[in-house]
Design a protein around this ligand. Sequence first.
Ligand code: AMP
Ligand code: MG
Length: 485
Amino acid sequence: MITDQNPGWHLRHKYQDLPDIFYSSVGPTEVAQSKIVLFNETLAEELGLDDTLLRQLPDIFTGNQLPDESKPIAQAYAGHQFASFTMLGDGRAVLLGEQQADDGRLYDIQLKGAGRTPYSRGGDGRAALGPMLREYLISESMHGLGVPTSRGLAVATTGEKVYREEVLPGAVLTRVADSHIRVGTFQYARQWGSKQDLQALADYTIDRHYPEIAEDENKYLSFLHKVAERQAALIAKWQLVGFIHGVMNTDNVAISGQTIDYGPCAFMDRYDRQTVFSSIDLERRYAYGNQPEIGAWNMARFAESLLILIDEEEEKALPQAKEVIQNYLSLVESYWLDGMRAKLGIVDKTDEDKVLIERLLNLMEQHRADFTNTFRALTLLQFDPASRLFQAKAFQTWFQEWQSKLALQSMTVTEAYQLMKQHNPSVIPRNYLVEKVLDEAVSNNDYQPLYDLLAVMQNPYAYTEMQEAYAADPPDEAYQTFCGT
Ligand code: AMP
Ligand code: MG
């Protein structure tokens, strides 16, 4: 019930039914002064929260005040970071609880940047304003683009400074996710817990995210199948919008199939499979073109953690798990192919589609064409005469073949272009736009440009003047991102 005292919190703490190795009870550390700078009204409503009341409670969004029912914890997990295994855990985040929305579903409510926890190691437990605004903006953009993702409910400044290479204003992001259970949570259980602990975690996660397999004969094998399937679908979606996560470490892979942990992520401009933005990814491990294979690698780590549940005898478990992993890349490809067909308005599937698609992508790569804007041009049939790609003879040949294909389909050409509009965003949060609006907010305390970009990114598949203003090709300059710690 919503009252002056309670804006609609229905916090549950089912994660705390797990054995206590999985978390530490710890609350947020008080900050100097709370001020909300971003607030997500739509999401508040979806969560059954009264947005007007909540806006008047900035202390909730820094952790200075806790919702009555909250029992904050930091979650324990491990992970392979750039392939090396280590103990991690929420070093700067606390989970207030699981909000039960009107539809009965549970959503983790987490404060990121809320202070030190037992898992902080040398870190200060804090977050800087810029990276928290960035996570909010990019995750909301991903949501707008139709990609499963954690979301931002609010960003609040703390009135305190954080010390990185420079002195920066501090902030807390209130993050909402289907859960924060990661591949790394299972690796942690396998490495440091008992078989009972691991099983408890698997049962909890199945109940929360995959209840449909609870009665399966080998539900842990089904679990592996389901998680691999959702991850494959997710990564195919990243590829289709040109999203580069940047830190696909196993601790950043959510079992729910949502995108989580936005650090040095960015959207690709020019189509180039080698694209990496993260300044620390020197070996290009997490390059755009590598994401499907890294996804398979991460699923293999997940499978390893589950082996003893799949079968007591490893010789029996292994081939079954291997089969899932070996299938993973073709699964990503089939989701990706379907998505690419839709981007080109193709509904009558044939075996030749893949070749047609790859020919286009190769031409784009060769002529340094912008990924989003090439599909935008094909959707609108508006071709910039200055574009090297569109002038190329090989492109014109490709274009004629594609047009003939569209003309012969069971769907009309007009319908095909409608379909394309639904699958080709007319805007993405371009790196230079993101930097500009964040700089206005952080350096000049002017949030309007950020609000405007957020509003546009709520409808990235619309083709109106509003999107047009953000759709130009970006300036051709090198871009780098930094891990947002
Ligand atoms: P990430 O790169 O954000 O996935 O974080 C990797 C690990 O470092 C996680 O265990 C984080 O909780 C931890 N971490 C990142 N930043 C901080 C910080 N400022 N203080 C404490 N722990 C942190
Ligand atoms: Mg992480």
